[in-house]
Design a protein around this ligand. Structure first.
Ligand code: ADP
Length: 338
């Protein structure tokens, strides 16, 4: 079993990123059995398909790498790298470009959604993005790829490309590519703004009080929790009692996600209590969880050399794993390389 998964590099990381995305990777890594392998990459090549700020991309890549390690991705066990350090991703994308069909890409709903009414004005990269995604996983002979609902179609496409390439250029008993299977990632928590229970916690929220940042110190975390918007009612004893109370639901969800308890279990403990009692308990759990993460995160970001070394080592291992497949692809296509 070889799992390959990518994440968009993004900066200003907050509790939503941790509970909704990063922690899932850590769990996946921790659940791998002996002999199974995970490759986790920062999808920096994908990031240039939309208008972007180079300085922000660079900062986001380093921040995300530091956050992943701080949150528990172990660079000795998992292979952690950014695409830009493994040119084989871009090379394989080009080589697969002869196999992928315009019609296939035209049918991608993400392309339709993201390009909207202005297809002519979109970058070529936005259109060919799913071919790069195919290259990302086929390069490593991934057997399993965690995909959310929105990425299922792209994984199907990767399988179609692999299948057609194998049919067209390889013999049946020696296929070049493995067809990867989708795996459903563990259900991720969706964390809402501390100021508005109907809006996602986001780095782009104008109010810093709306989110808990990975770099916030204990005092600030406590202050943000204390000031979080709530209603005057005490907490109910069952989840159904949170209907129509999005802010209360969000705080209980965060508490549950941090302590590994379902919402009902949290309510069994705090049902009947007011926020005057619940908020300090939540703040404490948050501070305890974030303290070591934030310390490691800040230390890594300040030690650029250590961070560069982690990514360089991950990239070297990734290049090694990908090399035989890349070589086989060139050879199958009849491309002569000295
Ligand atoms: P932001 O909304 O702050 O701009 P991104 O879009 O960069 O965050 O998201 C990076 C990753 O973090 C994605 O996998 C996304 O699903 C996850 N994520 C972001 N915000 C939340 C949230 N509030 N709750 C759960 N997951 C989130």
């Amino acid at each position: 079993m070889r799992v390959v998964s990518g994440i968009q590099p993004t900066g200003n990381l907050h509790l939503g990123n941790y509970l909704g995305a990063i922690r899932n990777w850590v769990r996946m890594q921790d659940e791998l059995a002996e002999g199974q392998q995970a490759l986790f990459f920062l999808a920096d090549l994908h990031a240039i398909s939309m208008p972007h700020d180079p300085a922000e991309l660079k900062r986001g890549t380093l921040e995300m790498a530091a956050a992943l390690v701080a949150c528990g991705i172990d660079p000795d066990r998992s292979i952690l790298f950014n695409q830009a350090q493994v040119p084989a991703h871009a090379e394989l994308q080009w080589l697969l470009g002869g196999t992928a069909r315009m019609g296939w890409l035209n049918r991608m709903t993400q392309w339709k959604d993201k390009s909207g009414k202005n297809r002519e004005g979109q970058s070529v990269a936005l259109f060919t993005y799913p071919v790069l995604q195919a290259a990302d996983v086929l390069l490593y002979q991934a057997t399993h790829v965690p995909v959310g609902e929105d990425q299922k179609q792209h994984l199907e496409l990767a399988r179609d490309i692999a299948q057609k390439f194998n049919n067209d250029f390889a013999s049946e008993d020696a296929p070049v590519f493995t067809l990867p299977e989708p795996i459903v990632p563990p259900e991720a928590a969706r964390i809402m703004s501390l100021r508005d229970g109907s809006a996602k916690m986001s780095k782009s929220d104008a109010s810093d009080m709306a989110r808990i940042n990975l770099v916030d110190d204990a005092d600030l975390v406590m202050q943000k929790v204390k000031k979080a918007r709530t209603d005057p009612e005490p907490l109910p004893s069952e989840a159904a009692g949170l209907d129509g109370r999005p802010e209360a639901l969000n705080l209980v969800t965060i508490y549950g996600a941090l302590t590994g308890k379902p919402v009902d279990a949290v309510l069994a403990e705090f049902g009947g209590e007011g926020f005057g009692k619940f908020k300090p308990a939540l703040g404490e759990v948050l501070v305890e969880t974030l303290r070591p993460i934030s310390a490691r995160f800040t230390a890594l970001l300040a030690d650029r050399e250590a961070l560069d070394a982690i990514l360089a080592r991950g990239a070297a291992r990734a290049r090694e794993i990908g090399r035989p497949t890349l070589d086989a692809t060139y050879a199958a296509l009849g491309l002569v390389r000295g």
